[in-house]
Ligand binder design. Sequence first.
Ligand code: DX5
Ligand code: ZN
Length: 219
Amino acid sequence: MILLAPSILSADFAALGAEVAEAEASGADWIHVDVMDGHFVPNITLGPPIVKAVKAHTSLPLDVHLMIENPERYIAEFAAAGASVITVHAEACVHLHRVVHQIKELGIMAGVAINPGTPASAVREVLEDVDMVLVMTVNPGFGGQAFIPNTMRKIRQIREWANEINHNNLRIEVDGGVAENTAPIVAEAGADVLVAGNAVFGRTDRAAAIRAIREAAES
Ligand code: DX5
Ligand code: ZN
């Protein structure tokens, strides 16, 4: 089953409660929350207090994407704030295996993300330990960037490795430039969690936007 996770990065930050409630009413499966620290990526967004505030306005799982250095310092706080999934970047973790288990010990889903320039092999040694791999389809930092098609071969490779080790419920998430036109491409490659910022919150009719992306992915 394909999950749709609208990214609040493209929502109205002054009206986040209403924005996430509308996304939920419009058929979203998860709410994607982009955390940026101004070091790992050239942008700054939000921290645990905002996650906690958003949590009060939706019953959907919060999918927290940490684009930060030293994520191990903040994992407990994001979990306490209401994250159901925490994804860290492989590039930001010296002790990736330890960080993944730190997340899992909190009883939530653990994800590992890789940038477009990072090979799929960066997640291979933790594949059996994670619930999700996030294959970035843009360079992280901003919404509204163009989809990078070369990243699709990494999705195929990761799905192949997951099959080899019988990790049948591994989720593969894509993030960046996902819209009606790219949804069939990512779904065909084997992704099953689709993040969409601009393509959902950039539209006035969010329900129509979510429906169109879902239908395109399932076509
Ligand atoms: C990019 C973020 C994404 C972003 C995607 O750094 O991780 O989640 O919101 O935005 P769109 O869908 O507009 O490319
Ligand atoms: Zn993201």
